[in-house]
Design a protein around this ligand. Structure first.
Ligand code: SF4
Ligand code: SF4
Length: 375
């Protein structure tokens, strides 16, 4: 296992961190998974008040195992609405659950919208209570996770309130690259959320993607793409049991720059996308926004790129069906809400026929009734 400095926190964190959401169905499962993770070199564990009993189970683990508290780093998360009602007892509740007298890292779970950002600036903001808890040593470091736009994330980092950021950034979603650069400049620790699942359901890739990535697996390549960037500190790993740790951790010592062979696999993917999508490839420039019908055009067409270009249809359907169903965690209406107003068309440098492509994407990925129009 390699370790990296978590930005200005100066914590030395394993390049994989164990998220406790999937292994907390029972205390026994969590104990077994955490014990194996520690044996394999993981020293950072991520929980949240919202993850069932994971704080309590992990607290019991800390209390009963013979691992020294100083050798374990814990992140827990509270949503902005939890934080709005935060008082001394809320922090103390997490400390109680975790059976510890300090939380290494506390993350605000989902600064996603302008309203969430504005709440940070209010004179009686909950952030003051968190900063007080930090002064008292109950929290060592403060960070945030986000599904927000570049603008929201940039402004939130610029407040200077935070020591680390939990970010969505993967080979198949590089929109947040400027945030990686900004976080690096500000010396923030960078924790990548869900590279296997949100990164493309890479634990069950389609045959076409597997073939293009040979001799590597798509999951391995995505991990390597991330670890190639020294500004990225750690990648979350959501193992449900000890067995699910083994495959991802084959990469845990490989934090060197991408090899020529790995670069060739990425080239194969890009060439195939170009060949398959030809003049219908969305370049993810985001210039088409805003749409008066609140359609997240670039994200809809990113899913189309992946579904049509790489046969990642399960992933495209899973994400597409979240539009209109996940609030600020995944904003935007579905493609069938397009009214053909034409506002976006002159802004698209690729001259894409956006309304047609949105309807095609809707038809393909809306659910079990979907048709594959490109076939
Ligand atoms: S044409 Fe459709 S997608 Fe484009 S801006 Fe109008 S409603 Fe939105
Ligand atoms: S402007 Fe065109 S290429 Fe750019 S994100 Fe929008 S649809 Fe894609």
């Amino acid at each position: 296992m390699k370790y990296r400095r978590f930005g200005k926190t100066n914590l030395n964190i394993s390049v994989f961190s164990l998220g406790l959401m999937r292994c907390c169905y029972s205390e026994k499962q969590l104990f077994e998974t955490v014990s194996k993770a520690i044996a394999l070199g993981i020293n950072h564990f991520e929980t949240a008040r919202a993850y069932g009993k994971s704080e309590q189970y992990f607290g019991n683990f800390l209390k009963t195992s013979n691992i020294s508290r100083q050798d374990i780093l814990v992140t827990t998360k509270l949503t902005p609405s939890d934080c709005q009602n935060i008082d001394k007892s809320s922090i103390d509740e997490s400390l109680n659950n975790l059976q510890t007298n300090y939380i290494d890292c506390l993350a605000i779970h989902g600064i996603n919208t302008e309203k969430h950002y504005q709440q940070l600036l209010e004179s009686d903001s909950y952030i003051n209570r968190l900063l007080d808890a930090k002064k008292q040593g109950k929290i060592k470091y403060l960070g945030f996770s986000t599904h927000g736009s570049l603008d929201i994330i940039t402004k939130t980092i610029q407040t200077g309130l935070f020591d680390f950021v939990n970010l969505h950034y993967y080979y198949f979603f590089q929109r947040n690259y400027p945030i990686i650069e900004l976080a690096k400049k500000k010396d923030l620790g960078i924790f990548i959320i869900s590279p296997a699942d949100k990164g493309g359901m890479l634990y069950q890739p389609p045959q076409k993607l597997k073939d293009l990535c040979e001799p590597f697996t798509p999951l391995e390549l995505n991990y390597r793409f991330l670890l190639d960037n020294p500004a990225i500190t750690t990648l979350s790993l959501g193992a449900a049991n000890p067995q699910e740790l083994f495959t991802p951790l084959e990469v845990a010592d490989k934090d060197y720059p991408l090899t020529d062979e790995e670069k060739r696999s990425f080239n194969n993917i890009e060439q195939n996308l170009q060949r398959t999508l030809t003049t219908q490839k969305c370049s993810q420039c985001y210039q088409c926004l805003p749409c008066p019908e609140n359609i997240n055009i670039p994200e809809v067409l990113r899913l189309r790129n992946l579904g049509v270009g790489l046969d990642m249809t399960d992933f495209a359907s899973y994400r597409y069906q979240m539009f209109e169903n996940a609030g600020h965690w995944f904003w935007g209406n579905k493609g069938d809400k397009c009214t053909d107003c034409g506002d976006c068309l002159p802004r698209c440098p690729e001259n894409l026929s956006i309304p047609d492509l949105l309807r095609d994407t809707h038809s393909c990925f809306k659910g079990s009734q979907g048709r594959r129009l490109w076939e």
